[in-house]
Ligand binder design. Structure first.
Ligand code: IPD
Ligand code: CA
Ligand code: CA
Length: 417
């Protein structure tokens, strides 16, 4: 059975590392003085790859050191292998590094193995069957907010860097119970699954770093997403935010999307001026089903569209009401891209553009039953301004219920710019 095969293989590789750790070995730089590879990393990957190829010749292998059969896509069975995760720890500390192996079948991670070689601790997760540490079942992790979380985080991201504005992450260090930088992503995720830390954050991991740890965390009720709350990708580098549901939500909502930081930190979301109504029509009518009204607003205002990579994911309009006031209308996010902070980032963009027009106030109107939107605008600094009773029935809107409330009155909110 694959699970026993993998465990035997990992233990054998661990034994090899323990035998070699005090011997002399060659060390090479990869991208810089902090990114090293030793001949032990390569030998261990070779050992693992050879055994997988022998037992499962049709499986693909993606290994950090490149001794692998890289697949064109993630169909079939793919092994993600990091022979030594935490190479700097291996070289300098001779402990706190792991062998990380994940098995993906048709794009779903089915098994995750993280082996702390020097502590002889083997963490195993099987999708839908829970997670174990040296055979003992791990229990569901506790819910934590940032304020009561003990964190593991790569310290480089709170100093100036090319991936993220340090102002986003530095307050988390200050607000949490304590922060540690352990230097081995897979192990930090495994420790999260075991309740030894309450969260893990990094900006640049590869699938061989986090795939096994991710399944471990998920099997004990935790979440592993990108720093923007989106699913992590398996075809390249990604940020990783892991912890309980409460912790992940807390970080995305109160730190990442706060104060315009996310827009700058997320270079692949671009918001630009829209030039074609047909391109954004379907999005705009999600926000307001009255198409004639939307068309009219399109003629009088200015429309912006949000692209994530090559995908159109959202749109909004700004309509000038007078010298002082600009109205935000029809802000909409594509349904399968909702809850990924795109709406918040478009709102930040709208506020920034409105400021540049010289207007002093921004107006936005929504329905009495649109609880999510009412929260969304208030979180962005909007305050209640006026209520127009029975606006929706009087303007020919079809009867609608949201959150058990009939859509009836129009609520307008304003915010200073
Ligand atoms: C690294 C470690 C480190 C993480 C890096 C990884 P390596 O792996 O997991 O903690 O911050 O992103 O590349 O190079 O030691 O296998
Ligand atoms: Ca690694
Ligand atoms: Ca490695």
């Amino acid at each position: 059975m694959l699970e026993w095969f993998a465990i035997d293989l990992i233990k054998q590789a661990g034994e090899y590392i323990r035998l070699q750790i005090d011997e002399s070995y060659r060390i090479e730089r990869k991208t810089g003085k902090g990114d090293l590879v030793t001949e032990i990393d390569r030998a261990v990957e070779q050992l693992i790859v050879d055994r997988i190829r022998e037992a499962y010749p049709d499986h693909h292998i993606v290994g950090e050191e490149g001794i692998s059969t890289e697949p064109d896509d993630l169909k079939g069975t793919v092994w993600f292998v990091d022979p030594i995760d935490g190479t700097l720890n291996f070289i300098h500390q001779k402990r706190m590094f792991a062998i990380s192996v994940a098995v993906m079948v048709d794009e779903v991670i089915e098994y995750g193995f993280v082996y702390d070689v020097m502590a002889d601790e083997l963490f195993v997760a099987r999708r839908g069957h829970g997670a174990t540490l040296n055979g003992r079942k791990l229990t569901t992790i506790h819910e934590h907010h940032v304020r009561d979380a003990f964190l593991s985080m790569n310290a480089t991201w709170v100093t100036p860097n090319q991936q993220i504005a340090p102002e986003i992450l530095a307050p988390i260090v200050r607000d949490s119970v304590g922060t540690r930088a352990h230097g081995a992503a897979s192990l930090e995720l495994a420790w999260l699954a075991a309740g030894r830390v309450d969260g893990y954050i990094t900006m640049r991991n590869m699938p061989w770093d986090y795939a096994a740890g991710k399944l471990l965390v998920e099997e004990v009720g935790g979440r592993v997403v990108s720093l923007y709350g989106e699913p992590v990708r398996y075809d390249g580098k990604t940020s990783v935010l892991a912890g309980s549901e409460t912790f992940v939500k807390d970080v995305v909502k109160h730190y990442v999307i706060a104060k315009g930081a996310a827009l700058e930190a997320r270079p692949d979301l671009t918001v630009t001026s829209n030039e074609s109504y047909d391109r954004v029509r379907d999005l705009l009518v999600l926000a307001n089903p009255h198409e004639e009204m939307v068309r009219e607003q399109y003629e009088t205002g200015k429309t912006y569209e949000a692209m994530l990579g090559g995908e159109l994911v959202g749109a909004y309009m700004l309509v000038r009401r007078n010298d002082d006031l600009i109205e935000l209308v029809n802000i909409a996010v594509k349904p399968d891209r909702q809850n990924q902070t795109i709406g918040q980032r478009m709102l930040q963009d709208a506020i920034r553009r409105a400021e540049q027009t010289g207007a002093r106030h921004m107006l936005v109107c929504t329905g009495n039953s649109s609880i999510v939107q009412l929260r969304f605008y208030q979180q962005a600094g909007f305050r209640f301004d006026s209520v127009e009773r029975d606006y929706f029935p009087n303007h020919g809107y079809a009867a609608l219920e949201e959150d058990g409330l009939p859509l009836r009155d129009r609520i307008c909110l304003t915010r200073e710019l």
